[in-house]
Design a protein around this ligand. Structure first.
Ligand code: FAD
Length: 407
């Protein structure tokens, strides 16, 4: 069998893999990326948060993405009936980026891999990882291309950025149950032909239909929008119509705010449905490998933290791998896993408080003071490692403590 040799093999070319690959290449590491699909390919996860921009900047992607003219996102709007809550990222407590993008992931992910290929990174598209065998920190990965040919890639370090493919958790039996109850989502794209002019037409919005049921609207700069519903699994089962298209048309009619704008419009594809997407892993690293992004952990879409977690972990895993390959000792537990799990635990608290209704009470309450809102805004912007922020440091109880004092 043909064998290739690299320092680092990156599995998956989504945002996590792209950021990791870019950082490795900049540090002079020999690497290869293997990606099962051909880009552009559809993937959900279209609302980014500002913390990602730090990673795109470090990876050298911002200029190329900027040139594509994707819609800029300066905050997030939440609706509940007549109530409106707007978080403006420029008012957040922590230092850092105060804008990001909302974009179709197919084009975005391809933009990143185009940049990598222009810089000479070897990306094998249409190539699927089948098995991995470790010998200490060295590994031999067997991949198969679309012609059905198999070959081996020998690497000194492996970064698993395979997202929902979860290559290493599957192969190494590292899947762990998620702490969240099973949720469901259905989503679609459409030509947003009744989009109002001005800011209203561009605002990303989360419309709360019931305490645990919310509807997203993500307008793209190409005139299309992404619409989606997130709810408990049983709720989606209960509202199913004859097919996914009819179910989605039914959902649109549940949103008082958006019914007129979207009712009766054709969809660009059959709405997709996905259930029980929350994932966890027993470990995020081992001898000779790190697991990043969705392959490591995914909680819930409500605060758009998925891509941020993917790029934070991709960037960090790449930098630590470089240090290890250069002969330095790396404490993967402390420097990688604990860092990532801290971010996960902050978002987990906010997601829990969202579905319990506490955070919704907080968001829509008129008497929450501006200073407190700035601190929560930092969390929504992804600055969940800034422990100067008490709403990060005491994430487990901060929101509940404030909410329970509200009339
Ligand atoms: P991915 O983007 O999934 O990339 C992984 C890549 O690995 C893929 O291209 C895949 O083809 C490849 N791969 C898989 N298996 C193999 C294999 N065996 N061999 C080779 N390659 C392989 N996140 C947000 O930030 N904002 C949102 O608004 C948002 N909305 C969401 C809505 C829903 C309903 C859900 C379920 C998730 C949402 N997410 C959102 C989460 C987001 O989709 C992910 O967190 C994000 O895409 C993870 O990036 P990644 O790079 O880890 O993986």
């Amino acid at each position: 069998m043909i064998a290739e040799h690299v320092d680092v093999l990156v599995i998956g070319a989504g945002p996590s893999g792209a950021v990791a690959a870019s950082i490795l290449q900049k540090k002079g590491i020999t690497l290869k990326v293997v990606e099962r699909e051909h880009f552009p390919r559809f993937v959900i996860g279209e609302s980014l948060i500002p913390r990602c921009m730090d990673h795109f900047d470090e990876a050298g992607f911002v200029e190329a993405v900027e040139a594509k003219g994707f819609e800029k996102k300066f905050g997030a709007r939440f609706l509940r009936g007549d109530e409106v809550c707007w978080f403006d990222f420029s008012k957040k407590f922590s230092a850092g980026w105060d804008w990001t993008w909302q974009l179709p992931r197919a084009e975005f992910d391809k933009t990143l891999t185009d940049v990598l290929q222009q810089r000479g990174v070897d990306i094998a598209f249409g190539t699927t990882v089948e098995s991995v065998v470790f010998d200490g920190t060295d590994s031999v990965t067997t991949v198969r291309n679309e012609a059905g040919d198999r070959y081996e890639i020998h690497a000194r370090f492996l970064i698993d950025c395979s997202g929902y493919g979860r290559v290493l958790p599957r192969l190494l039996d590292l899947d762990a149950p998620s702490s969240f109850p099973p949720m469901a989502a259905t989503f679609v794209h459409l030509d947003d032909i009744r989009r109002p002019a001005g800011e209203e037409g561009t605002l990303i919005t989360f419309d709360v239909l019931e305490q645990e049921v919310w509807f997203w609207v993500i307008p793209f700069s190409n005139g299309r929008s992404s619409l989606g519903l997130v709810c408990p699994k049983e709720h989606l089962e209960a509202i199913q119509q004859a097919n996914h298209t009819d179910t989605f048309k039914h959902i649109i009619r549940q949103s008082e705010y958006y019914r007129q704008r979207f009712d009766g419009l054709d969809f660009l594809f059959e709405p997709k449905q996905i259930v029980s997407y929350a994932k966890a892993s027993k470990t995020l690293y081992g001898d000779g490998f790190a697991i990043t992004g969705n392959s490591a952990e995914f909680l819930d879409p409500v605060f758009s933290s998925g891509v941020c977690f993917a790029t934070e972990s991709g960037a960090l895993a790449a930098k630590l791998a470089v240090r290890q390959l250069n002969g330095e000792a790396v404490d993967w537990k402390r420097e990688y896993e604990e860092h990532m799990l801290w971010g996960v635990s902050v978002f987990r608290s906010y997601i829990r408080d969202w579905y319990s209704g506490d955070l919704q009470k907080f968001f829509f309450h008129k008497e929450v003071n501006e200073e407190v809102r700035r601190k929560v805004c930092s969390v929504l912007a992804g600055y969940v490692w800034d422990k100067e922020n008490p709403f990060v440091k005491k994430h487990d109880r901060a929101v509940r403590a404030v909410t329970h004092l509200l009339p």
